[in-house]
Design a protein around this ligand. Structure first.
Ligand code: NAD
Ligand code: ADE
Length: 511
């Protein structure tokens, strides 16, 4: 079995945490119980590009239990929990010397070159275990397994004639989808453009990776795309990319927008970030938050959870917004709403949660006070202009510990940056806790089943799951919290015009 993770000896620790997580993920466990015998994902090859955490391990093993063949990479260079990755590779019945789990290509602290290599490996199902019955059992001893993963830049196995890609993708932020779409476009053009000096580093690395693939397995993506049934997308930023591709007529397969299930964005993005923002800040800085002035840029779902968490710690929270509705919401919640320019010189903590870019510019960072803490909880690394910061003449970067750096400006003032401007809750801590990820990943699993079972209902467009499934996901999480639901009586159902068994709200209801 091909894989590349940090250290398989971490698997035992990972397995213990996975077992604890399972207890906190009642939605995924109920889906396993309901669907395992029916094997709705049987024969489906799934590539996942989503933070390789303990919670994701439970998702991966749910997909496997439902019959899928799975390969996985992370969607962020810093977010992998190495013990989770090791446990998934070893599997429930394997050992470090005889791994029997799922091929994972992820470790904490990948370079961008390695990141795209991992994504590409997760998209390649050409190996013998997928091609012949006699090699269905993963092979290899401890010493051979990590070595079996080809080194970055090495020739890929497979070759075009027996090349196999995924049928379905689980994506978070859209990078696996992007790689397939760009690969397909350049396959058709017969050429991958050379990176331009002004391109962001991750785009440069993607182009170099695609050029290598085109040389080694020309036509690979043209073979891949017709077999892809669709993608289920986890996050706001990835969903924006998909709608844009649909609008431009570029979407090559069906997409299910998992983010906008109510039981995803109104839970993970808000309550998940309410938990993990503080976790990341504390683990990295250990600075007292109470009494400080904290600025949250963006008062969408993630911003709402972040502002609440900071206020809960006793910080004075100031919000910045571009949208009058969200600005008014923030004001009604009692937050001051200002521009960054108004507050940049005196605030202590700055958190970006916009999904936009260049929200905190180099000019802002030049004006911040000595010791200001700057972090991002949105998807990419450009909400804070990290590329611009590195170019400031005379600036010095001092690493304090992994994912925590001090940047000293030529005038001597310092700012402290978390996770190099990438999402701090997964770079500096372990992301959202299991219970809230159970709601997100129940939606992911149902969306994957939907693609596998009912593709005929869908075109090459972006869809959200029907409301009855959203309500089902919520229902699966009630008992765990001791929630007692009131039963709607038939005459009441008639009066408000909804079915007794739901859905209880029209699709335009905003919660
Ligand atoms: P959202 O659209 O609900 O909120 C973003 C808000 O930022 C909007 O209200 C928008 O008006 C505002 N905004 C945009 N540009 C701005 C600017 N220049 N200044 C101030 N405000 C601005 O999106 P969301 O669901 O809150 O997600 C935000 C980001 O967080 C996305 O990138 C998403 O993918 C990511 N996300 C991260 C996690 C995590 O665990 N770290 C979880 C969920 C989502
Ligand atoms: N996104 C936020 N938290 C996460 C987690 N714990 N696992 C996977 N994805 C996440």
């Amino acid at each position: 079995m091909e894989f590349k993770v940090k250290d398989l000896s971490l698997a035992e620790w990972g397995r213990k945490e996975i077992e604890l997580a399972e207890k906190e993920m009642p939605g995924l466990m109920a889906i396993r119980a309901e669907w395992k015998a029916k094997q709705p994902l049987k024969g489906i090859r799934i590539t996942g590009s989503l933070h390789m955490t303990i919670q994701t391990a439970v998702l991966i093993e749910t997909l496997v239990d439902l019959g899928a063949q799975v390969r996985w990479c992370s969607c962020n260079i810093f977010s992998t929990q190495d013990h989770a990755a090791a446990a998934v590779v070893v599997g429930r019945n394997g050992s470090p010397s005889n791994p029997k789990g799922v091929p994972v290509f992820a470790w904490k602290g990948e370079t961008l070159e390695e990141y795209w290599w991992c994504t590409e490996r997760a998209l390649d199902f050409s190996g013998p275990e997928y091609n012949s019955a006699e090699s269905a059992e993963p092979k290899g001893g401890a010493s051979s397994v990590n070595a079996a993963a080809k080194t970055v830049g090495a020739t890929q196995g497979g070759g075009q004639s027996r090349y196999r890609g995924p049928h379905q993708i689980v994506d978070d932020g859209g990078d696996a989808t992007l790689m397939v779409h760009m690969g397909y476009e350049y396959d058709r053009a017969g050429d991958v453009p050379a990176p331009k000096p002004e391109d962001p580093t991750d785009l440069k690395e993607l182009l170099l990776c695609l050029a290598r693939i085109q040389k080694e397995t020309p036509g690979r993506w043209q073979k891949t795309v017709p077999e892809i049934r669709g993608v289920t997308e986890e996050t706001t930023t990835g969903v924006h990319r998909l709608y844009r591709m649909e609008k431009e007529g570029k979407l090559l397969f069906t997409a299910i927008n998992v983010n906008d299930s109510v039981t995803k964005s109104k839970f993970d993005n808000i309550y998940g970030c309410r938990h993990s923002l503080i976790d990341g800040l504390n683990r990295a800085t250990d600075v007292m938050i109470g009494g400080k002035t904290a600025v949250v840029c963006g008062f969408g779902e993630v911003g709402k959870g972040s502002a609440q968490a900071l206020r809960g710690q006793g910080a004075r929270v100031i919000v910045t917004e571009i949208d009058p509705i969200c600005a008014l919401q923030a004001a009604m919640e009692g937050y001051e709403v200002k521009t960054l320019e108004d507050v940049v010189e005196f605030a202590d903590i700055f958190i970006t949660a916009t999904g936009n870019y260049n929200v905190i510019t180099v000019d802002h960072m030049k004006r911040m006070k000595d010791g200001a803490i700057v972090g991002n909880i949105g998807h990419f690394d450009n909400e804070i202009d990290m590329a611009g910061l590195a170019k400031v003449p005379g600036i010095q970067k001092t690493n304090i510990k992994p994912q925590y750096d001090k940047w000293t400006f030529p005038d001597g003032h310092r700012i402290l940056i978390l996770a190099e401007g990438r999402l701090l809750n997964l770079g500096c801590a372990t992301g959202h806790p299991s219970f809230v990820m159970s709601t997100s990943f129940s939606n992911q699993t149902l969306a994957q089943i939907e693609l596998a079972q009912h593709l005929d209902k869908y075109e090459k467009k972006v869809y959200i799951l029907p409301k009855h499934l959203d309500e089902m996901v919520a229902r699966l999480h009630l008992d765990h919290l001791g929630v007692k639901l009131t039963k709607l009586r038939p005459e009441q159902a008639e009066y408000i015009g909804v079915p007794v068994e739901g859905p209880y709200k029209p699709s335009h209801y905003r919660y």
